[in-house]
Design a binder for this molecule. Structure first.
Ligand SMILES: Cc1ncc(COP(=O)(O)O)c(C=O)c1O
Length: 370
């Protein structure tokens, strides 16, 4: 039996071990741990990769989202609309920025449904926070049109989408600001926690920098209440090294996605994410390969019994399912999706043969149940 783990952190480390060791020694010998040149270099490279003016390294994307909301001027008491199919982090950030997260339905592409956004707008709504989920960018034309019509701010949760594009423009560059995650499982992942806030607006960048530096401005004067959220210099150095190879990484993931499509595209019991290049408006980076499957739980068990790791995102709980946090929304489309969705292995350790094995195992599962 083949072993195809959902994610393989040791293999990820081994594949770049010598380079990581060199970077570690270089940074360590320079004693360059906090806010040093490597961080500034990475922030500059990240900003130019995305085509925005500013990138600010932060401790993680959850902090980044909160900072983005605060720096964009979202006020206590405001409502912020987000997809219920997102990480808890999106809602947590809104809550701790003093606003109320309003989860709405996602569409057939698993991304926030613009019609549901419009239907959820009230006099208290100040922002839309679309999650660029699974490495695909939302229909930003529709969301931007709604935001303009109602005078709302867009802040993107681009934690999963560095390098994903919609109509040629990168996720993270559509709204006032966005947050990106470098959690190890991300396509650009570091060896621990890390994140960034990106924005084109200098005023928002400065406000965000102050928030993350105890409220200190560039001259060291305390100008507001702030906290401490920084991307470690060592992590930044590791990330900058990986960013140089990032295009090839995306290319590999798109190849794997195309292979899944080739092998599973005609299996009637599963619905696949759009194949690479199937829609000229979208360039997807396949952070996750999230499919819909009939008899999902049995399939998951069957794959596990055959050595294939899978994951159901957010442990199978959408935001509106979190009753302990006071959510009361009824979102039947999202409920139905959460009964069917499952993520197949998608990572840089995955070989083409692994994909064939996963596909064969899925076909065996459904074949044996005809
Ligand atoms: C959609 C989404 N938003 C936010 C986050 C939070 O990122 P971090 O772990 O860097 O805080 C994640 C991380 O998994 C995510 O997937």
């Amino acid at each position: 039996m083949r072993n195809v783990p959902f994610f393989n952190y040791p293999a990820f480390f081994r594949s770049q071990e010598e380079d990581f060791r060199d970077i570690f020694l270089d940074v360590g010998r320079r004693g360059a741990f906090i806010k040093q040149k490597d961080l500034a270099d990475f922030e500059n490279c990240l900003a130019s990769f995305l085509g925005v003016r500013h990138a600010l390294g932060v401790g993680n994307a959850t902090d980044g989202l909160e900072v983005a909301l605060l720096a964009a001027g979202i006020r206590p008491g405001a409502e912020v609309i987000l997809s219920s199919h997102t990480m808890l982090a999106t809602a947590v950030a809104v809550h701790f920025a003093g606003a109320t997260p309003v989860p709405v339905e996602c569409g057939p592409d698993h991304l926030i449904d613009p019609a549901a956004v419009e239907a959820a707008i009230t006099s208290r709504t100040q922002a839309i926070m679309p999650t660029q989920l699974n490495g695909r960018t939302c229909d930003m034309d529709a969301l931007t049109a709604i935001a303009e019509r109602y005078g709302l701010v867009i802040l993107e949760d681009a934690a999963q989408a560095l390098g994903s594009r919609y109509k040629g423009r990168c996720a993270g560059t559509f709204g006032v600001a966005a947050a990106i995650s470098f959690y190890p499982a991300k396509v650009l992942g570091c060896l621990g926690d890390g994140g960034a806030v990106v924005t084109d607006q200098s005023r928002v960048y400065e406000h965000a920098s102050e928030l993350c530096n105890f409220g200190r401005n560039g001259r060291g004067e305390v100008v507001r209440w702030g906290f401490n959220s920084r991307l470690d210099n060592l992590q930044a150095a590791m990330l900058n090294f990986q960013l140089k190879k990032y295009t090839a990484v995306i290319c590999r993931r798109r190849h794997l996605a195309a292979l899944y499509t080739e092998r599973l595209g005609s299996v009637p019991e599963v619905t696949l994410p759009p194949a690479p290049d199937s829609d000229p408006d979208h360039f997807d980076i396949y952070q996750n390969y999230e499919i819909e499957a009939e008899k999902r739980n049995e399939l998951k068990q069957y794959l596990a019994d055959h050595g294939v790791g899978t994951l159901i995102q957010w442990g199978g709980e959408a935001i509106h399912h979190l009753k302990a946090l006071g959510f009361t929304q009824k979102l039947p489309h999202t409920d139905a999706l959460f009964e069917r969705m499952i993520m197949l292995p998608m990572n840089m350790s995955l070989t083409d043969d692994d994909v064939h094995y996963v596909a064969d195992t899925i076909c065996d599962f459904y074949g044996s149940r005809q």
